[in-house]
Ligand binder design. Structure first.
Ligand code: CTP
Ligand code: MG
Length: 175
């Protein structure tokens, strides 16, 4: 439960991006359509709109959790201080971008599955960016147990939620 609490701003960033795009239409691709060796740098699945909508939604999630924590949970859960509130969701979206960059180099089309990487790119993105900017907060909250729980449970939760999203017609692929 602690792990889910800490990861929620990162977890909800990408689905928020996906939903915003499915409701408002395709945005401007971050790579502006540019190619390297005949392959897109990032592809049409990575847009400015999705990136910022996802990151801002993740910040709102952290703010909402802080509110619930202080008003209803007697501050019994970890508090998202200013920097992690920003670095967890932005890091998640950056991790997702970096993974797409590798996917395109490996000739994987937009949306094609890249097992393990698709499920954990945003976790490592969120962690690395947070370690860079909020080292002490990160290691005070992400203990070994939390890290192990995240590495085991995230891929399972990711596959489950994507399958549900696909069945509901919100996601383009079942993974
Ligand atoms: N999305 C976006 N901008 C981002 C991230 C996601 O617009 N920075 C939207 C896109 O519409 C994308 C959808 O969210 O198709 C799902 O995201 P994801 O699964 O990360 O992208 P894929 O389409 O699978 O592309 P890729 O193969 O590059 O991961
Ligand atoms: Mg995908």
């Amino acid at each position: 439960i602690l792990m889910l609490w800490l990861m929620m701003p990162a977890y909800l960033a990408n689905p928020a991006a996906s939903l915003i795009i499915s409701f408002t239409g395709q945005g401007v691709p971050i790579d502006f359509g540019q190619e390297i060796n005949g392959k897109r740098i990032l592809g049409d699945g990575k847009t400015f709109k999705g990136f910022f909508a996802g990151a801002i939604f993740g910040i709102a999630v952290a703010a909402f959790e802080n509110f619930i924590n202080s008003h209803f949970l007697n501050k019994s859960m970890p508090i998202f201080t200013f920097i992690p509130m920003i670095t967890l969701p932005f890091g998640a979206m950056i991790g997702d971008l970096v993974a797409s960059m590798f996917k395109r180099r490996l000739n994987l089309e937009r949306g094609q599955a890249f097992p393990i990487v698709d499920q954990l790119d945003f976790v490592f993105g969120a962690w690395i960016v947070t370690i860079i900017f909020a080292f002490n907060w990160f290691f005070a909250n992400f203990t070994t147990n939390i890290i192990v729980a995240a590495l085991i449970l995230t891929p399972i939760l990711h596959l489950l939620t994507n399958l549900i999203g696909y069945k509901l017609g919100l996601s383009r692929e079942p993974w």
